[in-house]
Design a protein around this ligand. Structure first.
Ligand SMILES: Nc1ncnc2c1ncn2[C@@H]1O[C@H](COP(=O)(O)OP(=O)(O)OP(=O)(O)O)[C@@H](O)[C@H]1O
Ligand SMILES: [Mg+2]
Length: 349
């Protein structure tokens, strides 16, 4: 019989499992301290196809999940019995991929008679900041910049976030990936554009998008189209162009607007702390520009380590810890969900 004790402890040990895309990850935290953090990625297989092939991702998760969890527990220096809760990403993401993690977590929690916690992947990205700064407490402003999301959020408590604005079309990470493809760079595009941009100068005019307007909303499809048009026009005229200059110009345009609006949101809300989450938050130019802007505006900036910005399981365990504190436990009937709207994601459970 599955009758897990759901006692709330100070600094519980939480195992996090993440499998929403092409990373199979498991991590163990104790309170906000990371004890172990393991990742097996199928990104190098996926890069052959220029993006994630869901069936390949699911099969890679199935092959990797047991060993990754075993390694995470072993490297944490704990026994299975020491785990206080098993937190797993149940959405949003690729359904087949999510099902691997959810099924494994359910079986694992059942076998060990431990409470199960259902974690929304996006809330995981937001919770990554808690790992970087153990004293961090809402209120704060969060910039969420990932492959599927771009938004500015006002965290009023650990459970309550107001969405101040979001993208009207493409997510910023998606724009990085699409522009990388046009420039002949590999998937995932973000890190390749960043590397390439270091060799270039941002001297090509790009559309202003919603810079200086549009409230806290963003729009990336015009920027992406501008890059595509620039490259195609040059190619049609038989002219050469500098890929590093295009990468640098795109990167500045894509990031500057995020920084400007995030700082403006903190000022308007009278909040003195900014955090970031999501894969694009690993971008060095974003981190440097935001750090400078925060310093100028006398705001505290909490930047999770780069590896905790892209998909990982420590952030899932961190959000599991939040849910543990709130007493939100899942049933064994938990199912994976391919999509969870951001507004629902962030409502109090
Ligand atoms: N250094 C970087 N600079 C810019 N973008 C980056 C960098 N590193 C990663 N990215 C981008 O981050 C995205 C991946 O982030 P993440 O793993 O959070 O997205 P996801 O899990 O696919 O989407 P979501 O979390 O919204 O469901 C990709 O679009 C990738 O190109
Ligand atoms: Mg993600």
């Amino acid at each position: 019989m599955y009758t897990p004790l759901k006692l709330k402890k100070e600094n519980p040990i939480v195992l996090g499992i993440e499998s929403s895309c092409d990373e199979t990850a498991a991590a163990v935290i104790q309170g906000r301290r990371i004890l172990s953090d393991e990742i097996a990625s199928s990104a190098n297989i996926q890069s052959l196809y220029g993006g994630v092939v869901p069936e390949i991702a699911s099969r890679a998760h199935t092959d990797a999940v047991a060993a990754v969890v075993e390694r995470a527990v072993k490297n944490a220096g704990i026994a299975y019995a020491d785990i206080d809760a098993v937190a797993v990403t149940y959405g949003a993401g690729l359904l087949g991929a999510l099902l691997v993690g959810v099924s494994f977590a359910k079986a694992f929690a059942y076998a060990l008679n431990k409470p199960l916690i259902a974690v929304n992947h996006i809330r995981g990205h937001l919770a990554a900041a808690y790992l970087d700064e153990p004293q961090l407490k809402p209120p704060f402003i969060t910039l969420l910049a990932s492959g599927g999301h771009t938004a500015i959020l006002h965290a009023r408590s650990e459970a309550e976030f107001d969405i101040l604005g979001g993208t009207l079309d493409d997510a910023v990470g998606e724009a990085f990936d699409k522009v990388a493809r046009v420039l002949g760079l590999q998937y995932p595009g973000g890190p390749h554009i960043e590397r390439c941009a270091r060799e270039g100068t941002p001297n090509i005019p790009m559309p202003k998008m919603l810079k200086g307007g549009g409230g806290y909303n963003f729009s990336y499809s015009g920027l992406k189209t501008a890059v595509i048009n620039y490259c195609h026009t040059k190619e049609q005229k038989g002219e050469t162009y500098s890929i590093p200059d295009v990468a640098a110009s795109f990167q500045c345009a894509a990031i500057d607007v995020l920084v400007e609006k995030t700082v403006a949101a903190a000022r308007e809300k009278g909040v003195n702390t900014i955090t970031v989450g999501g894969g694009v938050a690993a971008n060095g130019y974003l981190r440097e520009t935001l750090a400078r802007a925060c310093e100028k505006a006398h705001l505290k900036l909490v930047l999770p380590e780069k590896r905790y910005c892209t998909d990982n399981a420590a952030m899932i365990a961190a959000e599991g810890l939040v849910q543990y504190g709130l007493g939100n436990f899942a049933e064994m009937s938990l199912n994976a969900k391919a999509s969870i709207p951001l507004s629902v994601t962030l409502e109090k459970k």
